[in-house]
Design a protein around this ligand. Structure first.
Ligand SMILES: C[C@H](O)CC(=O)SCCNC(=O)CCNC(=O)[C@H](O)C(C)(C)COP(=O)(O)OP(=O)(O)OC[C@H]1O[C@@H](n2cnc3c(N)ncnc32)[C@H](O)[C@@H]1OP(=O)(O)O
Length: 727
């Protein structure tokens, strides 16, 4: 047993209770050392005559965050599934549940995944009320592997267990108690004492000695179980069509319903081993760690700076973005001054914020009390008098350079010296925004995605002059308001919009070649994007597309595709979802319907584009369509990495997943591209560049990676001193 922070300890009290404690900060993950320690201590406890009963708990106020996910990464790197220790049968079933002495789980903070499965192998569960309980394994592309698929349905009933596993929904211990899953609730101070007494009561037959796996009372009749499972299968087919773990989890649950818990546990172990090496698990485990590494920023988070407290933020502009940003800050308990130019606009902004908060209450993600508290932190303003003590300003006005420049010149004079001056611009160069100030070190981009109170990504844009303190402070605010911050360099479109500019343009090029708009959308949605590029354009509104057109043309030169499709749409009286008329037609409350009357606009576009070889539509497979849209995006991602706009490739994976809805189960854009392979992408792009022009021309980064066989995601050896670095 390791002597360091990773260890399992056992103390036997005079009462005859052995207290076994898991210690592996920060979440007591079940590292193989912990598993070995648990087996060791359980064996000892069973052997010793002075031990009558066992209490299992976690150190530092947390029970356990589940099996150590780092081990999955090792399995993925080596392909060696034997790195997974046998826990399900050997430890949980044989040593704990079937052990000759009773075990009680003393739960605090969280019991997730393998942690909750250990608790379910105990004969009773005592918990503090707010403890989070859940089996989130499916989010990692696997299923619970320590018996959870069998014990959870037996403890909370089939429908609730399926919801908790398939949707990875947590419940708190209070709800667990109502469902009979948790035996008693108590305060943290009382937890161990009460758990010890409970364990002794079981040992003395004064409380029931319950083995979860043998229970059937909560499973319902066979026909009821079948109906629940079938409904869940249909639902999974709809919401997770490309993810094998959902159907696999239901199959394993069904095995246990039909043939008993033990048979279910055996099938679970087999299926778990198959899934853990499958591509979905590789991708999702990659995303888990990638998401947590975005806030590790060299030169910022590793130089012992302390984040300043941000208590009050001014948001300039109460439009869609400004009010969304204000909403996110208010929910995070940060006071907001919302500044507008006239009372009408201010009122509209305040109304939008109230509406956003109300929407969250309706969805059940915000309590009424919290909504009222949030509203009480909001103050409207028509001038800068309330800016004297703000810690941060976020400007969210329309994308006009002179307007932004004059705002920044004004706020520099009024705000305190420590105040961070942030802009929510999605395209304009930050050096231009701050040109008329002497505060370049405090100027930073806080690029939220719409709707800002819901979308999880916060792109933090730094220039060469932005101070590490300003970056750290914005990262900290981002975390407080539950966003995933990704720090990127300053360039046109920053990381997300720049990488994805060919996404829309590629879809236009395909249309000009004669491919049907709705087929393109279907292919892209079946790949896993939330919607296709045309539906997305309808949703975003054509204003954005028109506003960035010239900016992209200037910045991207010959690889920019000049398309007038949107201009023609506008000329035809279409504004997308906004006026109910785009590529699709929209009725209130209804689903978007492909609009056949858009065809004449498309025909006109094709006539003008003259891209079809010999004037005839080209024939493409669905795979061609997918590749012709995504490979140019990967190509731009290569340039973004080459210029160090992102710190690491995995930041672009997270930005693509959270900012664009790239399917998480494909690991993000660059991870996916590496599974396809740089040589293949390079050869395809080269061929298309010859046929269709420079839009497809491979970047030198892609060419070099394709020829050297080095993955796209591997850090470049010359990264530090790159002359083109944007950091
Ligand atoms: C066989 C079994 O059925 C299989 C399993 O048990 S699979 C594992 C199931 N468990 C999970 O999926 C839980 C994963 N963890 C989480 O959801 C969240 O980390 C949490 C809710 C526990 C805590 O969240 P939060 O407080 O925001 O902290 P967060 O930044 O996520 O995590 C803190 C650190 O713990 C690490 N960590 C959390 N859970 C971990 C785990 N199960 N294994 C390894 N490391 C873990 C994180 O990587 C992070 O490390 P870092 O500081 O070096 O970046």
């Amino acid at each position: 047993m390791a002597a360091g922070p990773i260890r399992v300890t056992m103390e036997v009290g005079a009462d005859g209770v052995a207290l076994i404690t898991i210690a592996n900060p920060p979440v007591n993950a079940l590292h193989p050392i912990i598993i070995a320690g648990l087996k060791d201590k359980y064996a000892e406890a069973m052997r010793r005559d002075d031990v009558k009963a066992i209490v299992l708990t976690g150190a530092g106020g947390k029970f356990c965050g589940g099996f150590d996910i780092n081990v999955f990464t090792k399995v993925h790197q080596t392909g060696d599934v034997s790195l997974m220790p046998d826990v399900s049968v050997e430890l949980v079933s044989n040593m704990m549940e079937e052990g000759k002495k009773p075990s009680v789980a003393a739960i605090q903070g969280l019991a997730l995944g393998g942690g909750l499965e250990l608790a379910m192998g105990c004969h009773a569960r005592i918990s503090t009320p707010e403890t989070q309980l859940g089996l989130p394994e499916l989010t990692l592309g696997i299923i619970p592997g320590f018996g959870g698929t069998q014990r959870l349905p037996r403890l909370v009933g089939l429908p609730k267990a399926i919801e908790m596993m398939l949707q990875s929904k947590f419940i708190n211990a209070k709800e667990g108690k109502e469902r009979g899953f948790i035996d008693a609730l108590c305060s943290p101070d009382e937890l161990i004492r009460i758990s010890r007494l409970w364990a002794l009561e079981i040992a003395n037959c004064r409380k029931p000695w319950i083995k979860s796996l043998g229970r059937t009372d909560r499973l319902g009749s066979l026909s009821e179980a079948r109906a629940v499972l079938n409904a869940a299968r249909q639902q999974a087919k709809k919401v997770a069509p490309n993810m094998p773990q959902h159907q696999a989890c239901l199959d394993v649950i069904e095995e246990g319903v039909l043939y008993g818990g033990h048979a279910g546990v055996l099938k679970e172990a087999k299926v778990f081993k198959e899934l853990v090496v499958a591509p979905t698990s590789r991708a999702l485990v990659h995303v888990f760690f990638a998401q947590r590494s975005t806030t590790k920023v060299p030169g910022v988070t590793d130089i012992q700076l302390k984040p300043k407290q941000i208590r009050k933020v001014a948001v300039i502009g109460g439009g869609l973005m400004g009010s969304g940003i204000a909403t996110a800050l208010l929910i995070g308990n940060i006071s907001v001054v919302l500044k507008e130019v006239n009372p009408q606009f201010l009122q509209r902004g305040e109304k939008m914020i109230a509406g956003n908060l109300e929407g969250l209450v309706k969805r059940g993600s915000l309590s009424k009390d919290k909504k009222n508290k949030a509203m009480s932190l909001l103050k409207g303003a028509l001038d800068y008098s309330d800016f004297k003590d703000v810690d941060m300003v976020i400007e969210a006005v329309i994308e006009k350079v002179p307007l932004k420049q004059s705002i920044f010149a004004d706020i520099e004079k009024i705000c305190p010296k420590h105040c961070i001056l942030a802009t929510n611009t999605s395209t304009i160069d930050l050096n231009v925004v701050g040109e008329k100030t002497n505060s370049q070190d405090r100027i930073i981009g806080a690029h939220f995605f719409s709707p800002a109170h819901i979308m999880p990504l916060l792109e933090i844009v730094r220039t060469e002059k932005t101070s590490p303190q300003a970056i750290l402070d914005l990262i900290t605010v981002g975390k407080i308001i539950k966003k995933v911050p990704v720090v990127v360099g300053n360039c046109t479109g920053f990381a997300v919009n720049r990488t994805f500019f060919p996404y829309t343009q590629g879809s236009h090029l395909l249309v000009s070649l004669g491919i049907d708009v709705f087929r393109i959308d279907r292919v892209i949605s079946s790949f896993g994007m939330p919607m296709g590029p045309f539906q997305l354009q309808d949703l975003a509104g054509y204003g954005v597309a028109l506003a960035v057109k010239d900016i992209y043309a200037d910045a991207f030169g010959e690889r920019n595709l000049d398309s007038d499709l949107v201009d023609l749409m506008v000329k035809d009286g279409r504004q997308g979802k906004m006026n109910g008329k785009g590529y699709y037609s929209y009725e209130k409350g209804g689903k978007p319907k492909p609009d056949p009357s858009v065809q004449h606009v498309i025909e006109e576009y094709r006539k003008r584009a003259k891209t079809m070889p010999g004037g005839k539509p080209v024939t493409l497979t669905d795979q061609d369509i997918l590749e012709m849209i995504f490979f140019p995006v990967v190509n731009e991602a290569c340039r973004v990495m080459d210029e160090n706009v992102v710190i690491r490739a995995s930041d672009l994976d997270i930005a693509s997943v959270l900012g664009m809805g790239f399917p998480k189960y494909r690991g993000g854009l660059v991870f996916w591209a590496d599974t396809v392979g740089a040589p293949y992408i390079y050869s395809k792009l080269s061929k298309w560049a010859e046929t269709y022009g420079p839009f497809f021309k491979p970047s030198s980064y892609l060419e070099q990676r394709a020829k050297s066989g080095v993955p796209l995601s591997a850090p470049s050896t010359s990264q530090q001193g790159s002359a083109r670095s944007r950091m």
